[in-house]
Write a protein that binds this ligand. Structure first.
Ligand code: GAR
Length: 212
C-alpha cells in the first residue's frame, strides 16, 4: 500500500490544536491532509491550515434551513477532495445519518473522555463532579448514536485533587495530540480497519503498530 496517497479531510469548529498535531505529524506518518473544513468562519484552525498551505472550506451551518441541507453542502465540499478518511477534530455539530452513512467506515472522531463514560459536552466538568481519579481521550468510529461508535484507542490521564476543568482539559489535550495522529497513521498503514473488532488500544500499543 502506498501510504503517501492516503488523503484525509479534517473538520473543525474552533482552535484546531488537534488539527495542528495532525499537520505536524503527517509527513512522518504517511497521510496527507487535503482539506480543512470549518462550520465557523472565525475558527483559528483555519489559520493553522492556511499556514500549512492546506485548502480550506467554510460551510456555515447558520446559512442553511436544515441540518440535512448543511450536511449536503459539506459533503459536496469534502468530496471534491476524494478523501479516504474524514476526521472530526473538535467539530461541534451533531451529525445526522445522512452525513454519517455517506462516510460509513471512513468517519473518525476524538472525544475528551474515556468512552463510554461522559458522552456529550463538558466532559471534564462531568469527570471531576463524578469523583473520578482518571480521565482521558478516545478515538472512535462515528455511528448515528452520539459518541457511541467502536473505540479504536484511548489513553488515560490522572485527575489531581485541585484540578479545575481547564487544567484537566489541557492535560487531556496533550494525550489527544499524540493519540489522533497515531490512529490516522495506523489506518493509513492498513494496521487498523473499520471492520476490526479488537479492544481499544492504549497509546503505547498504538505506537508499536505504526511505522514512522
Ligand atoms: C478537543 O478536546 C476534542 O476532543 C473536543 O473538542 C476539543 C477541540 O480542541 N471534541 C469534542 O468535544 C467533540 N465532542 P481543538 O480544536 O484544540 O482540537
Amino acid at each position: 500500500m502506498n501510504t503517501a496517497t492516503f488523503d484525509i479531510a479534517v473538520l473543525i469548529s474552533g482552535s484546531g490544536s488537534n488539527l495542528q498535531a495532525l499537520i505536524d505529524q503527517q509527513q512522518g506518518f504517511g497521510y496527507r491532509i487535503v482539506c480543512v473544513l470549518s462550520n465557523k468562519a472565525d475558527a483559528y484552525g483555519l489559520v493553522r491550515a492556511q499556514q500549512a498551505h492546506i485548502a480550506t472550506r467554510i460551510v456555515d451551518h447558520k446559512a442553511y434551513d436544515s441540518r440535512e441541507a448543511f450536511e449536503q453542502a459539506m459533503i459536496v465540499a469534502i468530496d471534491e477532495f476524494q478523501p479516504k478518511l474524514v476526521v472530526l477534530a473538535g467539530f461541534m455539530r451533531i451529525l445526522t445519518p445522512l452525513f454519517i452513512s455517506h462516510y460509513e467506515q471512513r468517519l473518525l472522531n476524538i472525544h475528551p473522555s474515556l468512552l463510554p463514560k461522559f458522552k456529550g459536552t463538558h466532559t471534564h466538568e462531568q469527570a471531576i463532579a463524578a469523583g473520578e481519579t482518571e480521565h482521558g481521550a478516545s478515538v472512535h468510529w462515528v455511528i448515528p448514536e452520539l459518541d457511541s461508535g467502536r473505540v479504536i484507542a484511548q489513553e488515560s490521564v490522572p485527575i489531581l485533587a485541585d484540578d479545575t476543568a481547564e487544567v484537566l482539559a489541557k492535560r487531556v489535550l496533550t494525550v489527544e495530540h499524540q493519540l489522533y495522529p497515531a490512529v490516522v497513521a495506523a489506518i493509513a498503514q492498513g494496521k487498523i480497519r473499520a471492520d476490526d473488532h479488537s479492544d481499544p488500544l492504549t497509546l503505547s500499543q498504538l505506537l508499536h503498530k505504526v511505522v514512522s
